[in-house]
Design a protein around this ligand. Structure first.
Ligand code: SAH
Ligand code: SF4
Length: 376
């Protein structure tokens, strides 16, 4: 029997792998349950801490599966607001995860929910013109252990339990489909983190074929589409992915998702001045939303350093919302204040390139090194 390849880190250990590995090592099968409990229930980070395992077994495990896939470099924000975590991967690269307290404007209804916004890749290959994550290009996929590890690491750091997940950090989750699915199994399983599929939202810029794959797999996760334009002319201009999967193709895939999963989709729409925030655009958006019976999340654009885009005035934002509501579309407008870092979710790489480089070189040691989300 060939052994399945070893997990990418402790946060990606599965019962299937443990069963075959333990039997190959001549270890009793009940060790699997103990190990899973240490990782996903007691949330320990190292093999060394798994005290009811014999030392030689801990050493064998340490040789087979790497630990410490993520370390916290810095945390910004406070308990009752949004907290941003800068996390270092084992190859020194940096990602961010954002912890967000319950907010009715975000996913789900107001509750005691604690949401973590997670990254799926280092950088992003999709190059949307307004987005900080796309600016530096794509570096690599996150492994399943690095995806799940974001939740475990933040929980360890804060002592709190995350019960809602949004894949709205750095990267395009559906471009990292196999790793995303592996992570999702761990997040959702009874032996894993036990986060219900309906408490997991995948956001995509519009990878139509992958939306169909997602519809055909068993987990009914929530789907959010980063639409940002209701005509091909606008979308082509700001989101290169639209040339590959134009609106009609994207919407057909969304309809397929909706029908297969019997679930309401969310259309994310950033309001960008002089690009997509006019009344005509609002009408076109209303039409798509009605066809899809989707709800719309309007998000005033957050200024990104080095980019010239800006948000429209408040009056125009309200007017846009009004057009949607009059058309019978369920819509929300995020009315956060300029300095609220909750806006950081979805815009995770806020540091300038120079600051990033300095981070990689380990030159920044004080909180002043990270720029807050200081849009106008
Ligand atoms: N790649 C996926 C997942 C990232 S989600 C996707 O695009 O859906 C990040 C969300 O934040 C996306 O909706 C993205 O369009 C949005 N976003 C990017 N830059 C932003 C900015 N400057 N202001 C507000 N939202 C932004
Ligand atoms: Fe990538 Fe999403 Fe940013 Fe586009 S909006 S560049 S797909 S992270």
């Amino acid at each position: 029997m060939t052994l399945a390849s070893a997990p990418s880190g402790t946060s990606a250990v599965t019962p299937a792998w443990l069963d075959s590995w333990l039997s190959e090592q001549g270890q009793p099968a009940y060790r699997a349950r103990q190990i899973l409990d240490w990782i996903y229930k007691k949330r320990v980070a190292t093999w060394e801490e798994m005290l009811n395992l014999p030392r030689p077994l801990r050493e064998q495990l340490a040789a087979a599966v790497p630990e410490g896939e993520l370390t916290v470099v810095r945390m910004l924000g406070s308990r009752d607001t949004t907290r941003k975590f800068l996390l270092k991967l084992s190859d020194g690269r940096l990602i961010e995860s954002v912890l967000i307290p319950a907010s009715p404007a975000l996913y789900g209804e107001a509750s005691d929910r604690l949401t973590l916004c997670v990254s799926s890749q280092v950088g992003c290959a999709y190059g949307c013109k307004f987005c900080a994550s796309g600016l530096a290009g794509w570096m690599r996929h996150l492994t399943p252990a690095e995806i799940v590890g974001q939740i475990l690491t933040v929980e360890r750091e804060t002592g709190e339990r995350v019960n809602n997940l949004v894949f709205m950090g750095m990267g395009e989750p559906l471009a990292n489909y196999p790793n995303l699915m592996e992570a999702m199994t761990i997040l959702n399983s009874e032996w894993g983190l036990r986060i219900g599929a309906r408490h997991i939202t995948i956001s995509t810029s519009g990878l139509a074929p992958a939306i169909r794959w997602l519809a055909d797999q068993p987990l009914s996760v929530r789907l959010a589409i980063s639409l940002h334009g209701a005509t091909d002319a606008v979308r082509d201009r700001i989101m290169p992915v639209n040339r590959k999967y134009p609106l009609e193709t994207l919407m057909e895939a969304c309809l397929y998702y909706r029908e297969t999963k019997r679930q309401m989709i969310t259309l994310e729409y950033i309001l960008i001045d002089e690009i997509n925030a006019g009344v005509e655009e609002a009408r076109a958006l209303a039409e798509w939303a009605r066809k899809l019976r989707a709800k719309v999340n309007l998000i005033p654009y957050n200024t990104v350093e080095g980019l010239e885009w800006k948000r429209p005035g408040e009056e125009q934002q309200e007017q846009f919302l009004d057009v949607l509501e009059r058309a019978g579309v369920r819509a929300t407008l995020r009315r956060e204040k300029g300095h609220d870092i909750s806006a950081a979710c979805g815009q995770l790489r806020l540091q300038t390139e120079g600051e990033q480089d300095a981070f990689f070189a380990g030159q920044i040691g004080s909180a002043s090194g990270v720029r807050e989300n200081s849009h106008a």
